[in-house]
Ligand binder design. Structure first.
Ligand code: SIN
Length: 319
């Protein structure tokens, strides 16, 4: 990195593209699965073609009704959800939602979850035959379904899922990991060794809310996943720990709602980021952050995102 300032025109045209092994993105700002629906409802608020990518809501082989209500509750600086992978199923997604998503002029990363190991390669094989998909994100980390987290909490199982998907399709593969483990590092290591192009860090933290007057849990499912600004320091810590230990590109997720947040994740070691909970109250945020990003990159004396990824100085100065 050099100490230099770029003219406004150069800044506006800064190359923001990033590469995560086989996946190339036009910029590092994506929208997270489960916070953007299947994009149609965001049409009035978002310039899709400017986004680094869209990750639609997780699809499962068969339709799922999801968990009983209430399924969301606001918490201090965050929210809990217990949706339970409510979706219309893989066939319906492929026939009715995917064709339109693929016209939006940005990278579409299809997020899939399975009940059993074989579900993942079966869906991946079908996606492999559809032109235009940028990558597959494996949701092995949903805290709201039984079985969902299990693949992602065991390094061997997580590695097996990734390996089976890599063997059944040629698309780049991203593993979305859970923070609900003692350490994410061995799981990131296992999926990287199994062939994952990148890891998304992190899915939600398991939590609960209680209505003490009624002596009842607030969520119908009792437990839910915590997201939003409340988890940002935890997510940053995990991104940094994985970055130090494992050679795999990272997509940072966790409470991003400002340009400072984006920069913190990049400096900690993320190659890209996903905007999640903030989409619910500011759907135009991702577009805004992409516009603001070049100036922040330049303020560090860099000419593109690649120069700042993982540039955190951690040595303390002795007095
Ligand atoms: C859900 O549908 O329960 C949320 C998705 C997830 O946490 O992976």
């Amino acid at each position: 990195m050099k100490d230099r300032f770029l003219p406004a025109e150069v800044l506006k045209n800064m190359d923001l593209s990033v590469r995560l092994n086989r996946l190339q993105l036009k910029n590092p700002i994506l929208v997270a699965s489960g916070t953007f629906g299947y994009a149609r409802e965001m049409s009035a608020f978002v310039e899709f073609e400017k986004l680094g990518g869209i990750i639609p809501k997780t699809v499962t082989p068969a339709p799922r009704p999801g968990n009983p209500p209430p399924r969301t509750v606001e918490t201090a600086s965050g929210m809990l959800n217990s949706i339970g992978l409510d979706n219309d199923g893989f066939d319906q997604f492929v026939a009715e939602k995917l064709p339109w998503l693929l016209t939006l002029g940005t990278s579409i990363i299809v997020n899939i979850a399975g009940k059993c190991m074989d579900d993942f390669p079966r869906m991946a094989e079908v996606l492999d035959g559809i032109p235009g998909i940028a990558a597959i994100e494996l949701n092995i980390s949903c805290p709201n379904v039984s079985g969902g987290v299990d693949f992602g909490t065991d390094p061997a199982l997580a590695g097996q899922v990734v390996k089976s998907v890599c063997q059944s399709c040629r698309l780049p593969v991203i593993a979305k990991l859970t923070p609900n483990v003692t350490s994410v590092v061995p799981i990131a290591q296992a999926v990287a060794e199994a062939g994952a192009d990148a890891v998304s860090l992190v899915n939600t933290f398991q939590g609960m809310a209680i209505d003490w007057r009624r002596r009842r849990p607030v969520l119908g499912n009792i437990l839910g996943g915590l997201s939003g600004p409340a988890i940002k320091p935890l997510a940053l810590r995990i991104v940094w720990q994985v970055r130090r230990a494992v050679q795999v590109p990272i997509i940072g997720i966790g409470g991003i709602q400002s340009l400072d947040d984006v920069m913190e994740f990049l400096v900690a070691g993320a190659t890209a980021v996903q905007i999640g909970t903030a989409n619910f109250y500011n759907p135009g945020l991702a577009n805004q952050l992409i516009t603001e990003l070049p100036e922040a990159i330049q303020s560090l004396g860099a000419t593109g995102p690649g120069e700042i990824i993982g540039c955190l100085h951690t040595q303390t100065t002795s007095k």
